[in-house]
Design a protein around this ligand. Structure first.
Ligand SMILES: Nc1ncnc2c1ncn2[C@@H]1O[C@H](COP(=O)(O)OP(=O)(O)OP(=O)(O)O)[C@@H](O)[C@H]1O
Length: 272
């Protein structure tokens, strides 16, 4: 158990519930002689929207890959609530409730929109290999998939081949895939990347609805500062593999070290 797990409170039934859903302890990852993530201690509050920002090459995606199990650390540890998950294999992560989106859309292009989402629902289901349950299960998974498509406003395109969706709709499909997987924690890697400017407010609304309508935790890497500043409750700023600053959007906007780290790049503190 991490040393900071004492930051816990009594839950409704008297059980002690950690306030932090994800914690990392001195998390470090080297690529050869390059230290991409350097002794990062991150704490993500359950049910919050927490953004990771930083200039290009700061180590944000690598940190995401370490938390979600796509990469193993050179050193350090990752905890999900009070359970260490540092060495949990990747295929077990979805069952633990950690869902991850990618910068490059990660869908099966030749399947329909609904089939893509249903596969995610099945992958989370523990009994998906029980052949004799298949017909009724498939129906249940289809219903869950359709509900996720409704949540992101893509249900009218359920039978469309995924490859034919416009880019913005593919990003929505990725979100539906995460929602159907019923993950408690959504790790979103640049969800607005490649999106037309006029589609960004739609995505923002969508994420706000997910945040308000569920108790999911959203951990987001995003370059669009307007999105970060209007969505996140907590922002962690990375620079050269390390945590440079952490705080509320107002604190981060006013932080001179953050402004210096972004010097010559695009940090605007949301005032674009
Ligand atoms: N598989 C890899 N092999 C070697 N070096 C890598 C690998 N992945 C990332 N790096 C390096 O690690 C550093 C951090 O990269 P990372 O992609 O985590 O940064 P980032 O903050 O997500 O950047 P961006 O905002 O540009 O996506 C960079 O110098 C990058 O070149």
């Amino acid at each position: 158990m991490p040393v900071w797990a004492c930051a816990a409170h009594a839950g409704s039934e008297g059980a002690f519930v950690s306030e932090w859903i994800i914690q990392t302890q001195a998390l470090t990852r080297d690529f050869g002689s390059l230290r991409a993530v350097d002794h990062v201690d991150l704490r993500v509050r359950a049910g919050s929207v927490h953004a990771i920002i930083g200039p290009n090459g700061a180590g944000k995606t690598t940190l995401f890959n370490l938390i979600s199990g796509y990469l193993k650390p050179t050193a350090g540890r990752v905890f999900l609530r009070d359970r260490e998950i540092t060495h949990v294999p990747l295929h077990r992560m979805a069952h633990l409730g950690i869902g991850r989106s990618f910068q490059i859309t990660n869908i099966f292009p030749t399947l329909t929109v609904l089939e893509n989402v249903r596969l995610a629902a099945q992958a989370r289901g523990r009994d998906n290999l029980h052949i004799w349950k298949r017909a009724s299960q498939l129906h249940r998974y289809s219903e869950r998939a359709y509900a996720a498509l409704q949540q992101v406003g893509l249900h009218e395109r359920a039978l469309q081949i995924a490859a034919t969706l416009p880019h913005g709709d593919k990003r929505r499909l990725e979100l539906a895939i995460l929602l159907a997987g019923d993950a408690d924690i959504l790790l979103l890697d640049e969800p607005t990347a490649g999106m037309a400017t006029e589609q960004v407010p739609m995505l923002l609304d969508l994420l706000r609805n997910i945040r308000q309508g569920t108790n999911k935790t959203i951990l987001i890497v995003e370059h669009n500062m307007s999105v970060v500043m209007s969505l996140a409750e907590t922002i962690t700023v990375m620079h050269q593999g390390r945590v440079l600053a952490e705080g509320s959007p107002a604190e981060i906007s006013a932080n001179q070290a953050v402004r210096d780290a972004y010097l010559g790049t695009t940090f605007t503190g949301g005032r674009q």
